[in-house]
Design a protein around this ligand. Structure first.
Ligand code: DX5
Ligand code: ZN
Length: 234
């Protein structure tokens, strides 16, 4: 089986962190070895939950120097790009289902000098990405219906991931990063990397077993891929 050449990166989703001490949680998960801090922004309209706004992103920015990966699950995301950019986002990802003019908004995000991501829900076909490849740096494939942490990965999305990877290769857009989000754990991590994931978002599998476990949980995620690699070679 073909492997990604690059080491997969782990993005810790702070949706599962303790919000009463969010800055400290960001610092702790950074120290524990997370490569990226994934921030889920929800508006109660695009998804049935409300979470974090730009002021909170700004207030936790100083707790880590790692990449702040802001996942906007909101209607009319174009209205909020400036606020999240000013708050310290390094990547801003919008949903294809929430934006009538994704090319315009992706171009605008890029014009700020940060990375532009496009995300698709489990029910959306990868065909919709076809005309956006020139305008994005990252594709975020949702493995669950967005809105909540702790859900189970919809495994049919692995095929979609593989299809998108092929599309990226076919169109010679190899700089586009593929990120997956929803239900990532030690059991499916290797499968997702094999299907093309460069960045894997993990919330409950990092945060839900107590503070002392962050480092171990991140290591276990990484090792679950290495281990399967070894197995297959022998
Ligand atoms: C889901 C969010 C995810 C979520 C992942 O709507 O976009 O980032 O926090 O959490 P887990 O890993 O628990 O599925
Ligand atoms: Zn997310």
């Amino acid at each position: 089986m073909k492997r990604n050449i690059y080491k997969p990166k782990i993005a810790a989703s702070i949706l599962s962190a303790d919000f009463s001490i969010l800055g400290k949680e960001v610092k702790d998960v950074d120290k524990a070895g997370a490569d990226i801090i994934h921030i889920d922004v929800m508006d109660g309209l695009f998804v049935p939950n409300i979470t974090i706004g730009p002021d909170i992103v700004s207030s936790i920015r100083s707790y880590s120097k790692k990449i702040f990966d802001v996942h906007l699950m909101i209607e009319n995301p174009a209205n909020f790009i400036d606020n999240f950019y000013k708050a310290g986002a390094d990547i801003i990802t919008i949903h294809i289902e929430a934006e009538s003019h994704p090319i315009r908004t992706l171009e605008y995000i890029r014009s700020l000098g940060i990375k532009a991501g496009i995300s698709i829900n489990p029910g959306t076909s990868e065909e919709n990405l076809k005309y956006l490849l020139d305008y994005c740096d990252l594709i975020l494939v949702m493995l669950v219906n967005p809105g909540f942490g702790g859900q189970k990965t919809i495994m049919s999305q692995v095929k979609k991931l593989d299809n998108i990877k092929q599309m990226i290769k076919r169109e010679n857009k190899k700089n586009i990063l593929l990120e997956v989000d929803g239900g990532v754990n030690i059991k499916n991590f290797a499968t997702l990397v094999d299907a093309g994931a460069d960045i894997l978002v993990a919330g409950s599998s990092i945060f839900n077993s107590g503070k002392k476990m962050y480092n171990k949980n991140i290591k276990n995620l990484r090792n679950s891929w290495k281990r399967s690699d070894i197995k297959e070679n022998f």
